[in-house]
Design a protein around this ligand. Sequence first.
Ligand SMILES: [Zn+2]
Length: 454
Amino acid sequence: MEKYRTQIIMIFKTNAKKILTDRNTHNDLRSIKRTQTQKLKTNMTINADRLQSHFEQMSEIGKLGETGTCRPTMTPTEKQAFELASLWMQEAGMTTRIDNFGNLIGRLEGTKPKLPILMMGSHLDSQPYGGRFDGVAGVLCAIEAATALTEQGIKPERSIEVVSFADEEGWRFNKGLFGSRGILGRLEEGELDRTDKDGITRRQALIDFGCDPNKFSESEYAAGSIHCFLELHIEQGPVLDLANKPIGVVSGISGPLWLTVKLKGMAGHAGSVPMPIRQDALVGAAEIIVALRQIATQIPGAPTVGTVGTINVFPSSRNIIAEEATFTVDLRDIDLNRRNRYEAQLREQIEGICSKHNLTYSITEDWNSEPRYCANWLKQIVHKQCSNLNLNAPELMSGPFHDAMALSYAADYAMIFVRCKDGISHNPLEFASYEDLALGAEVLYGTVLEVLGE
Ligand SMILES: [Zn+2]
């Protein structure tokens, strides 16, 4: 026992020594990093400390636990966030308003107010169990870029608008991008009658928020009135983190195809129906799920993603062969031709697998949107800003959609991605460092400057 004790002490001592050495190296690295950050900060036009303080203050509104956020759209919590953001917009010299769709808009009037505007922004609403950076990053960095312009004494010809779009997230009324589609006259029939889980209609929520749904047309933007749209967002995926790059230049937003597939077989006793004559809907579903994965991964390295996220089985009993299996398919790709080809392959597989297991099936298309590409000229400007900061920023596509997707139908757009730790998002663990966010804001600022000088 004594020998064992000594062994443990020895191991502890070695470990403690290692921890100390590690800690010293870590401290060295930290102080190198701190000096680098300090140097970077002094080279920046935007104010990294102010930006950080804005993030910290905003994260207090709708705070969930230590690091989470719950800030549903069109609620007093979001109103509070709007009031805080309005203050910062006004400090930047902007006039602010909330339009009839529930968007917060700050406007920095240009010397030629009739010119099409430069618009930038994102959203301040969050998922019910969300993080501090999704959407917030785009709004706060845009305010920071505008503030920097004003501080530099730059008076642009073109007016600039910074927008926090209403209901980007879409979970409250089960349909997102409300504000960004609204201002472009792209709402669909019946959207105002959609209800949340408490039975409140979108119409009522808008009225309660101080908006007038009968005056939507007053808040719409005429065709050609937006020169371009810029959105900074956390990546919400792991690509930049894995590549160890703080900033990425977005090539486009891949369009999702959403299908619901329903397979029908024949229920029977799990203990008596012989295997060869079964019509097991769940076995069919299982094979299709695997087939979708094979289809989506056939070109190694391609950005295609295919997901079955939900499945319902009827009658869902451990000793009854499944009669029905209903599941969703989410297929995304930046290359529409390839996505269409894969969809055809999937439909072929569904046909084959169903006939093998003697099942009937139906497929309904819930959503089909095409990929939307960023404008080349804007992308080049963003790349240039990144190389000015020695960032060596990779180009990547966005799997998730953003307000920029709606805006892409009205104007050229570009997106700047900021690294997000482990790619975690829509989760209180979501994290982007203030250093990376400051770099993103500086890239955004440089892009704005160059666009204004066009
Ligand atoms: Zn977002």
